[in-house]
Design a protein around this ligand. Structure first.
Ligand code: AHG
Ligand code: MN
Ligand code: MN
Length: 311
């Protein structure tokens, strides 16, 4: 047996959730996220890989599929009836769905969009909060987090606060829990250096890269956060970084849609996800477009990197 996984009998996600302590409504949210991931995986097969001719709230060019995947997710969330509102990287503000429902879902519908036309692995990222207020909360308030990875196989990975489980899908598209991830090792053998161009004006980040090179860690970087963090969760070790320079002082990644959900998943496995100063889970979310530096993965390595970034 692979030591990076804990023993787990394959079980339909629906049954796995029913035997958990999650409320029925939260079970519905998780099932909805898994099913929409499968729907997106299907539409990837025939989707237009070109631009939409529009920009999102961050001023980034949108792909036709950024918009289509956003619509697919919003429609599924609307139909599941237990999501009061959602916020997406591709929308300018929170969108009200079922006003009196108990949860809010935040998501990046298509992560790694610049890799879509070259057929590299891409993904979707989801965070789930109780109630309608998210601003003023922190990612630690999430009641669940999940992502879908669209690689040679489509996988759906989630946590509701008691470990991290991986699902694949039956031929009929029914999500099935296959395995549970083991805690991350404290030491990292792999490194994933995002926003690497920042080393031209951030000497501390340059020193971190130099340290990884000198210690002969192995580079594993695809340019899709989902794929890069999925790599370290499956391998049971590694470190992912996206820190700032002059162009992006807080790095490129957003707390609500990207860093918050992954911080929740990494810390579920005993790893760390830090801004360089504190846990990402403890950052107060003040706006939907807030960015944060992130250093995530194996605990000792994250501490070492944070120490070097402080100088
Ligand atoms: P998105 O496709 O949602 O805009 O996100 C892309 C992000 C993330 O997936 C990745 O880690 C980062 O951009 C890559 O940035 P660099 O190429 O600058 O390292
Ligand atoms: Mn993204
Ligand atoms: Mn995106």
């Amino acid at each position: 047996m692979n030591p990076n996984f804990l023993e787990q009998k394959p079980m339909l996600l629906r049954k796995h959730l029913a035997s958990s302590s999650a409320s029925e409504d939260l079970q519905k949210v998780l099932l909805c996220l898994a099913r929409v991931s499968h729907a997106i995986a299907r539409s990837i097969q025939t989707a237009d890989t070109g631009g939409a001719g529009s920009t999102n709230q961050f001023g980034e060019q949108q792909l036709a599929f950024d918009i289509l995947s956003d619509n697919i997710i919003q429609n599924h969330l609307q139909q599941c009836g237990v999501v009061a509102q959602c916020a997406s990287e591709e929308q300018d503000d929170f969108v009200t769905l079922t006003d009196t429902a108990p949860y809010t879902v935040v998501y990046d519908p298509l992560d790694g969009s610049s890799l879509f036309d070259v057929n590299f692995t891409i993904g979707s990222i989801f965070g789930v909060y109780q109630g309608k207020e998210v601003l003023g909360k922190s990612p630690r308030d999430q009641v669940a987090a999940a992502y879908a990875v669209y690689g040679p196989r489509t996988l759906f990975i989630f946590s509701m606060g008691s470990g991290v489980c991986e699902c694949s899908f039956t031929e009929e598209g029914e999500p099935i829990v296959l395995r549970k991830y083991s805690p991350l090792h404290g030491e990292a053998k792999n490194y994933s250096p995002g926003n690497l161009r920042a080393i031209t004006d951030n000497a501390a980040y340059r020193a971190v890269i130099q340290d990884w090179l000198e210690r002969t860690l192995t580079l594993r970087y695809s340019g899709c956060m989902v794929a890069d963090i999925h790599h370290l969760l499956v391998k049971g070790q590694g470190v992912f970084a996206n820190v700032g320079g002059n162009t992006y002082p807080n790095g490129k990644l957003r707390i609500l849609y990207e860093c918050g959900p992954f911080a929740y998943l990494v810390e579920q496995l005993g790893g760390s996800a830090s801004t360089g100063e504190k846990s990402i889970l403890d950052v107060t979310i003040t706006s939907i477009d807030q960015r944060t530096p992130i250093i995530a993965g194996s605990k000792s390595e994250v501490e070492r990197v944070c120490g070097k970034l402080k100088g």
